[in-house]
Design a protein around this ligand. Structure first.
Ligand SMILES: Nc1ncnc2c1ncn2[C@@H]1O[C@H](COP(=O)(O)OP(=O)(O)OP(=O)(O)O)[C@@H](O)[C@H]1O
Ligand SMILES: [Mg+2]
Length: 263
């Protein structure tokens, strides 16, 4: 049974960056394979991992609705299973499935029901699934199985960020899946730390912050150059801090025979 990590938060807070770093940590430091899911319509996880994604689940959905799919003698169900397998890009220690652009105004229930049956199975034989979600967590709200072990709610270190964390925590409670643990993270925090007004706000609304990740120049430079997260130094401060966070919160059995001692 896969250990399911979901990353959520408002747009632009660092969800994809942290998802990509988590995938790197698990594959490189723990030596375990990861099934990555890019569930953000504005897909970018593939690019951050240095992978060129050609086919998305949105493409399969549209092909079937537009009746452009070539079933090549397969049943519709078998075709969907095949098309999902084909859309997964495999890259050594991880593979990635990309959900793609949002749905248009058509009626998608029928095809979504067909897709769900197979999407729920994706990655379940892997030790880890890491999902980069969109702000509304639509992808998670559609799932009926595969509970989330850890939900990371990523936020900017501002009052708007604090209010968004509150909203996402409520939204998470309303999802039809079990989320075992939720962690709120402040990302891109300046070197002087978080403002005292923000700390007061977080205390007053009862939001507990589990990790504070700094603004990191190397991460910024890597993004500015369009390079992959695998280019970042292993000594990178954000990567090390994230590693420390994961060591604290992932089951200790996941660290057996790993290289985690290097972090
Ligand atoms: N800790 C950090 N230090 C410096 N830059 C960061 C950090 N975290 C993220 N960034 C940068 O912030 C920008 C937004 O990050 P990212 O794309 O990961 O956010 P996102 O939440 O996935 O955004 P979107 O909602 O658009 O998908 C990127 O340019 C990324 O390189
Ligand atoms: Mg993103």
């Amino acid at each position: 049974m896969a250990f399911n990590i979901a990353v959520a938060g408002k747009g632009g807070t660092g969800k994809s960056t942290l998802s990509a770093l988590i995938i790197r940590y698990i594959t490189e430091e723990l030596g375990k394979p990861v099934s990555a899911v890019d569930a953000d319509p504005n897909a970018s996880l593939g690019a951050l991992l240095g992978v060129h994604v050609q086919n998305t689940i949105a493409d399969i959905r549209e092909e079937i609705l537009e009746k452009k799919a070539d079933f090549a003698g397969m049943s519709k169900e078998r075709y969907i299973e095949y098309a999902i397998e084909e859309s997964i890009v495999e890259r050594g220690k991880f593979d990635i499935l990309t959900m793609g652009r949002p749905e248009g105004p058509k009626c998608y229930c029928y095809v979504n029901n067909l897709l769900r049956k197979y999407l729920d199975k994706v990655g379940t034989t892997y030790p880890f699934i890491v999902t980069d979600n969109e702000a509304g967590m639509e992808h998670l709200s559609r799932r009926t199985t595969n509970n989330v072990d850890i939900l990371l709610i990523v936020s900017e270190p501002t009052i708007v960020g604090a209010l968004t964390i509150q909203r996402i925590l409520k939204l998470a409670d309303s999802l039809p899946i079990i989320i075992k643990q939720k962690f709120c993270i402040l990302n891109r925090v300046p070197k002087d730390g978080i403002h005292e007004n923000l700390q007061q706000k977080l205390d007053s609304v009862g939001v507990e912050i589990s990790a504070i990740f700094p603004f990191d120049q190397e991460i910024y430079d890597t993004a500015a150059c369009g390079a992959s997260i695998f280019e970042i130094s292993r000594e990178n401060e954000l990567y090390r801090k994230l590693g420390g966070f994961l060591q604290k919160h992932l089951p200790s059995s996941m660290f057996e025979k790993s290289m985690a001692g290097h972090m």
